[in-house]
Design a protein around this ligand. Sequence first.
Ligand SMILES: Cc1ncc(COP(=O)(O)O)c(C=O)c1O
Length: 419
Amino acid sequence: MSEGLYAEAKELLVGGVNSPVRAAVRPYPFFVKEAKGPYVFTEDGERLVDYVLGYGPLILGHAHERVLKAIVEQAERGWLYGAPTRVEVELARKVISHVMPGGKVRFVNSGTEATMTAVRLARGFTGRNRIIKFDGCYHGAHDYVLVQAGSAASEYGVPNSLGVPREAALLTLVARYNDLDSAERAAKAAQDDLAAIIVEPVIGNMGVIPPERGFLRGLREIADRYGALLIFDEVITGFRISMGGAQEYYGVRADIVTLGKIIGGGLPVGAIVSRKDIMDSLTPIGQVFNAGTFNGNPLTMAAGLATIEILDTTDALSRASKAAEEVSEELERAGEGLVTVNRVESMLQAFFTQRPVKDADGARSSNRELYVRFHEALRRLGVFIPPSQFESLFTSLAHDDEAINLTLDAIRKAMRGLR
Ligand SMILES: Cc1ncc(COP(=O)(O)O)c(C=O)c1O
């Protein structure tokens, strides 16, 4: 049972978990026994409709047959060679064709590694040091981006983690999302030392916060005016809001795109995609260092390739979006007067506030205690949404009518209980 496992885990793992948001489920995290399609099955015998989906990667739902087959077939041929493989070339071709035709990619093992490498690459390419990020955007757990970050960093109130040297944080200027004036002020403050502007084109780590009209284009212009590179962190949005990600969806080109989550089909992954001249600054051609024992590992590459092939040849993205639309509409109906719902395609979040949520301050000022009670009520009714307001709900191809109807009913009951 989860309670006993958690007691054991707490003796052995910090907080009983390996990533902090997992400890936010009260009174203790449920332990998962298995998962299939839109459902997770807990050690306590519950079946829950899953809107967490591993925090984003599982766009096809759990244990999709074709992805499973690709992983097993690869595993039978061995799973780590320390030498190149055909499958990484095939996945590279797919990713580049959607994200940056004519460009190149480097596969790494997490979104954190992707943004860490992207920032180093931007610095190496421009010969400059400073970067701008936005309050509430989360780009992973490395020093230069752990400044006013979203996700768990926000939930736990550690905008600047202990252990991040002040000197490192000083190189990161923070601007307000959806506020071009504040981005311009930060760019001015960086003078001629601005290497990059990094942004989640849709914030997915403060709940969901979409860009207002003109915001991303404005960032493109500021980056150009100051000779800096624009980095879109599409670890969440890549292959979710459209096959070409936010660049395609909003019609704004970035210089560097970071990817993760979906492109590994649910196995650990990250990637940096950019123009050839920028990418060739990386080792072994250039002098910006990146390496990794597990970079481009065959199991991940096989799972990622199978996933993208399915996205390419089916209406999976639009079906996931449709499921999210139904959930959003019910949240709005049942939560009228209580919540504001933000959604972009298959990512969404309900904020317990009546004001529009356009930036991190808006998200922070919503009623988080009510959100947690809502999460707990849904859990009792068989639906798992993130335990923190500062995360997104995700839908997948696997969210069929049965799962959605169960969810809509649970939303109605849970909202009634909160009034
Ligand atoms: C936008 C964004 N960037 C980077 C990361 C870090 O990715 P990872 O957890 O794989 O290190 C995340 C993780 O949620 C993310 O949402």
